[in-house]
Design a protein. Structure first.
Lengths: 303, 316, 302
């Protein structure tokens, strides 16, 4: 459904735009209906840029992003873009910054109504909102007709997911949606993503947190400096990381029942086999992938 | 005993009344102890961290005492606290370096700081360089501007700066939360190393990330709504927590490798109570599945086994 | 910080007050306790009141020769008369009225142009921003007074509105820059992205999402433009390029100087207009500082 084909995003930096910053480098991936794909990376890995490009907030420098066969870079004009957002929606990192603090929280629903459902009667609309709020497991009594500051981060984030569900979306871009939430509500939002997946939604889940990245996802993509370091089925990637960078990351994640020392000792006891990584010339912008085992790819080593 | 906090109450003054951010907190910190201070946002953990070193203008010391190495800390008196800061207690905030003057070189900044504390930079220069090397920084950083350093390097510089005088207590307030995982690990490990070498006697590590404190802390104290829920050794809190809040919090954390299909975890329903008019009795009772009539009275913080403290009627 | 926000944010036990109302009442609470704001707005409103009501009590033509010449202030002519027997009090109240007019109109034109350019440049970014920024910078470095002098000198009949228009057309750049920088930071906020994903048009996003979040800032921008328009107008009047068919505080100063009021020690001729302009502009700035303290929580003193 969502397909990225050799997407690049290059920023010109420096005083006269002379320098080049490769924010996203030769990224190709797909998200199928009913699949959660995690984009995992540290800061500067280009994960959020990919999410924003899929949402049409940034334009790729080159490459194609297609959703259900249409190349989104060819979408021109207000009406066409509006139709695109009927199918693809996003939820962002900071729920508090997503709500205009001077209006009631329900206003995010009203915006959808005035843009997409101007003809719907009040009663029908109310039913629709109640259904969406129910799907995200919120009690309408507690969350409707309130101001953003009266709600918790978890409630706001779920309201934003409910907002996306008012439209008949096929793809949800979830950009770091739990990193600002407290541990006690994080898991509920993650579970909700799992429920949406069951309903056939494709989800692009952008995160920096490895322990959360794998909880709901089917496919994991580990990014480094804009390029894919490793991509494959989540269980394979986490059980048998092939790229040295993925191995390093996994050894640094604080885990709950294994200390770093234990992890290091384990690694030292059974050192993983080296995998041949694809290579590129110094001035080559491409970032080829090698299929190390079925559906499990490794990317170039960027030192 | 490095630190002894007794029934500490610190309120925030707002237009609508006092927010009871810290409402009777009592704990001890042993020599050489690294204590992880965990809890959700608004539980008072950052307020506690700040209270130990400086009250800002809206914070009011309402009651209780803090004793450091046997001396009373006059936390309500800003001027009287000056001799303690930096010499006895130091702080590493989340974005320390970003708050500093971007047009000053690091070395100059450190020298100014030392002079402001009545010390001669030359006396400490050697020690400074040794410690920079210890945390994996080239002494060349002293000739650089803050903007030239990465987030991890900045936090390491701040760590060296704030511990130069071997303070008794170091407070790290979400000091590694803004860092990438690999940097986070090395900064956290340097902190433990500093303790091991005696550069700081003990440390309070304020964070929302329980799996991080599991890696480095000796004890963990869990706070909820301005009070202490439970304090015990790290392995006890993680593997055998007694307070229902701690239990639910730990079980809501997904682990590396676990998936929703294998084990579906559950969060804690509800939200923490507002602290402007905090409820009476146990503050967790509205969200607690084990709540019973007795919970309308405030449970005392009791030592249920040596070194393990919990505030719950069910554990006492 | 987060602790307090969380604590108050989660606080919904007592009857929840709507945020807008709460913000409003909180603002009002600080407004009532801010002496700078109270003094500044008190003086401005008093002067405005005099300018609005005064002309109804002093006759139609403030330039009419009504009384004895060079009379110091007395019971009949409160502020005395000019060397020609014109009533200075009458000139003062009419002058105050036109000074307010020029401030509102000149400041208003500058405000509209400045905010429109600032919003579009800040929100759209890219090439549009660069072009608008270039225009802004060009106008900013133009010696505005010289341009005004040349332009105004070429006009035969000059009224308050023409003068205001020219002042407006030359004094918007700093407002555009200020609004642009605010918009730049607001435009990256998530709720703006969310409005885009909700299929909102650009101008609606600017007017309903961006502008309301900087309303206090816009008010202050307007007040400063208002004050500077008055000052520029007074300067123009003083060098003889004021309205040809009327009276203003600047014109009064001009004629006082032209007819040697200083040398003749007719203090009642030049003090009132001079003091009027100074007090008005001064209290506008005090008002502005007061507003800044009220709106900006960091400057509030508890």
């Amino acid at each position: 459904m969502l397909e990225l084909d050799r997407v690049h995003k290059v920023y010109r930096v420096g005083a006269f735009g002379g320098g080049r910053l490769r924010a996203v480098r030769d990224v190709s991936l797909t998200v199928k209906p009913g699949e959660v794909v995690s984009l995992i990376g540290e800061s500067g890995s280009g994960k959020s840029t990919i999410g924003k490009m899929v949402l049409g907030l940034f334009r790729p420098t080159s490459g194609r992003i297609t959703v259900e066969g249409t190349d989104i870079t060819t979408i021109k004009g207000f009406a066409a873009r509006k139709e695109y957002y009927r199918k693809v929606q996003g939820v962002f990192q900071d729920p508090f910054s997503c709500f205009n603090p001077i209006f009631k929280a329900d206003r995010v629903f009203e915006m959808i109504r005035s843009s997409y459902f101007p003809g719907v009667s009040d009663a029908d609309w109310r039913d629709k909102v109640l259904a969406a709020v129910g799907t995200v497991r919120l009690d309408p009594e507690n969350v409707l007709n309130k101001y953003p500051h009266q709600l918790s981060g978890g409630q706001l984030q779920r309201l934003l997911i409910a907002r996306a569900l008012l439209l008949d979306i096929k793809l949800l871009v979830a950009d770091e949606i739990i990193s600002m939430l407290d541990a006690s509500t994080r898991i509920d939002v993650l579970n909700l993503l799992g429920d949406l997946k069951e309903r056939g939604l494709g989800i692009l889940f952008v995160t920096h947190d490895l322990s959360l990245g794998n909880y709901v996802s089917d496919t994991s993509v580990i990014l480094r400096k804009g390029a894919i370091a490793e991509m494959g089925p989540t269980l394979r990637v986490f059980d048998n990381p092939l790229h040295p960078y993925s191995r390093h990351l996994l050894s640094c994640v604080p885990q709950l029942h294994r200390t770093w020392a234990e992890v290091d000792a384990e690694l030292a006891a059974n050192p993983p086999e080296d995998v041949t990584l694809p290579t590129v010339a110094e001035d080559d912008d491409s970032a080829p992938l090698l299929e190390a085992e079925e559906g499990h790819f490794v990317g170039i080593d960027q030192g | 005993m490095t630190l002894r906090v007794k029934d500490l109450k610190v309120y925030y003054q707002t237009l609508r009344g006092d927010v009871h951010a810290l409402d009777g907190v009592t704990f001890d910190l042993a020599d050489g102890e690294i204590m992880g201070l965990a809890g959700e946002s608004g539980c008072g953990k950052s307020t506690l961290g700040k209270s130990l070193i400086r009250l800002d203008s809206r914070m009011r010391h309402v009651g209780g005492s803090i004793e450091l190495d046997g001396k009373d800390l006059p936390i309500a008196d800003d001027d009287a606290m000056v001799p303690f800061r930096y010499h006895e207690i130091s702080l590493i905030p989340q974005y320390a370096m970003s708050a500093l003057n971007p047009t000053r070189k690091i070395g100059r900044m450190i020298n100014e700081l030392l002079r402001a504390r009545g010390l001669r930079p030359a006396d400490i220069a050697e020690e400074l360089e040794r410690r920079l090397e210890l945390v994996g920084l080239d002494t060349d950083v002293l000739n650089r501007f803050p903007i030239e350093l990465s987030g991890g390097m900045k936090q390491r510089v701040v760590m060296v700066m704030s511990t130069l005088l071997n303070p008794s207590l170091l407070i790290a307030d979400e000091a590694t939360s803004a860092l990438d995982v690999s940097t986070q690990r090395s900064v956290a490990e340097s902190m433990v190393e500093f303790r091991d070498r005696g550069y700081v006697k003990s440390m309070v590590f304020v964070t929302h990330d329980i799996s991080l404190v599991y890696q480095m802390a000796d004890t963990i104290m869990v706070m909820y709504a301005g009070r202490i829920a439970e304090k015990a050794s790290t392995s006890t809190i993680i593997n055998n927590p007694q307070h229902p809040y701690t239990q639910m919090l730990i079980s809501a954390l997904p682990e590396v490798g676990s998936t929703a299909e294998e084990t579906r975890l559950e969060g804690i329903p509800g939200t923490p109570p507002g602290l402007l008019h905090p409820p009476t009795g146990c503050r967790f009772k509205d969200r607690c599945p084990m709540a019973f009539s007795k919970c309308n009275e405030q449970p005392p913080l009791l030592e249920i086994e040596p070194g393990h403290w919990a505030a719950c009627w069910k554990t006492g | 910080m987060t602790d307090v926000a969380g604590a108050t944010g989660a606080d919904k036990a007592p009857a929840p007050e709507p945020a807008a109302e709460r913000r409003f009442s909180e603002t009002l609470h600080f407004a009532r306790r801010n002496p700078k704001l109270l003094i500044g707005s008190g003086i401005v409103l008093t002067l405005l009141f005099i300018g609005l009501i005064g002309p109804f009590f002093v006759g139609d033509d403030p330039n009419a020769y009504v009384g004895p010449q060079s009379e110091p202030p007395n019971g009949e002519y409160w502020l005395g008369t000019t060397s020609f027997g014109q009533d200075i009090w009458a000139q003062f109240v009419y002058g105050l009225r036109s000074t307010f007019l020029i401030g509102v109109f000149g400041g208003g034109v500058a405000f509209v142009i400045g905010t429109a350019i600032g919003f579009v440049a800040g929100y759209k970014g890219g090439i549009i921003d660069e072009v608008l920024n270039m225009i802004t910078n060009v106008v900013l470095v133009l010696p505005a007074m010289v341009v005004l002098i040349v332009a105004v000198a070429y006009l035969d009949a000059r009224g308050v509105f023409v003068q205001g228009l020219f002042i407006g057309l030359t004094s918007w750049p700093w407002a555009a820059r200020a609004v642009r920088s605010q918009t730049l930071s607001l435009a990256t906020r998530d709720f703006v992205d969310l409005a885009r994903l909700s299929g909102r048009r650009t101008w609606r996003i600017i007017t309903t999402e961006v502008a309301p979040n900087m309303s206090s800032y816009l008010v202050m921008t307007f007040i400063l433009l208002f004050g500077s328009a008055i000052l520029i107008a007074a300067g123009l009047d003083f060098i003889g390029l004021g309205p040809t068919n009327g009276v203003s505080l600047g014109l009064m100063l001009e004629s006082a100087v032209a007819w040697s009021a200083l040398q003749l020690q007719m203090w009642w001729w030049f003090i009132p207009p001079g003091l009027g302009i100074t007090t008005l502009v001064g209290s506008l700035y005090i008002l502005n500082v007061g507003l800044d303290e009220v709106f900006n929580p960091k400057l509030r003193e508890l």
